[in-house]
Design a protein around this ligand. Structure first.
Ligand SMILES: NC(=O)c1ccc[n+]([C@@H]2O[C@H](COP(=O)([O-])OP(=O)(O)OC[C@H]3O[C@@H](n4cnc5c(N)ncnc54)[C@H](O)[C@@H]3O)[C@@H](O)[C@H]2O)c1
Length: 323
């Protein structure tokens, strides 16, 4: 990749055409749906956004706050969460925005967070599982799970299941799981959950976790038919955020340099998730995967296999019931 990058800028014509192409792509990357033109109000509605202190999650939380929702920002860091909380309250003029702590890689933390929500909230209309990490160093959590699987899939899976009754009671309600187009490169192998047989090439583990997001969203949607609760997964696009913070300097440098020209801003990256969570045309739509421009996306073949989806979902249920 480094060679490609230096090659591109080795000739002025290449450099100029790359920048022009980047600017054209940049002008088109917003997609067809504009959240600012969507007049849906969320007064009287409660929404939870995980990983809401930065990147895509922060703009999702801000959008919900601007629409008048009671917003629960589910963040790992109290310090960073507080800064974002005050910013969102100030920018939206909505004081009904709150910070609660959760570490999605710890199933005990997820349970404690869910217990707090069930104790204090009478209703829940929107759950956005946005928190996620890429390139985490190889590690096993105290629950015995591979850390990327725990963070990106098992924790959010447990959280969703713990909040399901509240969502059903509050129906119509929507669950949106932030996945990635990288799920196309993922595989299903249950030994991965324990950190076994993983390649660890660049973002392979991340890709597997994002595939599991889409598979389980589809199976959850099937199980929720008739309840008034929908579940969809989204790809936010390639977005300039802190998602690469766990990679080495060179990878981060390239990501940022390319990102300046080609990637969406965090605000733009939030759009497909906001669309699934609030748009009127999404009412009753469930079990789908949406692209970054809010169009219906094509999930990977493994995410279209209903027999595999049942197996994966039941595996995750058994796994989380142990903790
Ligand atoms: N940025 C992209 O290009 C891109 C592309 C496809 C998908 N995504 C997905 O979008 C979502 C948001 O990512 P982002 O790009 O805004 O990245 P980001 O790193 O800026 O934000 C991720 C958020 O998740 C939180 N988080 C990470 N680990 C956590 C944990 N263990 N417990 C609680 N919170 C945790 C972080 O604190 C942060 O708030 C992720 O699920 C990511 O996989 C991003």
């Amino acid at each position: 990749m480094y060679l490609v990058w230096t090659d591109v800028f080795s000739h002025p014509l290449w450099a100029v055409s790359t920048v022009i192409l980047g600017l054209i792509l940049r002008s088109q990357r917003r997609g067809s749906w504009d959240p600012r033109a969507c007049l849906v109000q969320l007064k009287g509605k409660t929404a939870i956004v995980t990983g809401a202190n930065t990147g895509i999650g922060k703009f999702i939380a801000l959008d919900f706050a601007l629409r008048g929702a009671r917003v629960i920002m589910a963040c790992r860091s109290e310090a960073r969460g507080s800064v974002a909380l005050h910013e969102i309250r100030k920018r939206s003029g909505n004081a009904d925005v709150h910070l609660r702590l959760v570490n999605t890689s710890s199933l005990a933390s997820v349970r404690a967070f869910a217990e707090g929500v069930l104790r204090e909230e009478k209703e829940l209309h929107i759950l956005v599982n946005n928190a996620g990490a890429s390139g985490l160093p190889r590690d096993i959590t105290s629950d015995g799970l591979e850390v990327s699987f725990a963070t990106n899939h098992v924790g959010p899976f447990l959280l969703t299941n713990l909040l399901l009754d509240l969502l059903k009671q509050s129906a119509p309600a929507r669950i949106v799981n932030v996945s990635s187009m990288n799920h196309w490169k993922g595989m299903v192998d249950f030994s991965h959950f324990k950190g076994k047989n993983l390649g660890y090439t660049m973002d392979s583990v991340y890709n597997h976790t994002k595939l599991h997001n889409v598979i389980c969203t589809n199976e959850l949607a099937r199980r929720l038919q008739g309840t008034g609760v929908t579940a969809n997964s989204v790809h936010p696009g390639l977005v300039m955020t802190e998602i690469m913070r766990h990679y080495n300097f060179m990878v981060r440098f390239l990501f940022n340099m390319i990102g300046i020209f080609f990637f969406k801003s965090s605000e733009e990256g939030a759009v497909s998730t906001i669309y699934c969570a609030v748009a009127m045309e999404m009412e009753g739509i469930t079990g789908k995967y949406f692209d970054s421009d809010c169009s219906l996306g094509l999930p990977a073949p493994l995410a279209r296999d209903p027999t595999l989806a049942v197996k994966v979902f039941e595996f995750c249920e058994r796994l989380t019931s142990k903790f």
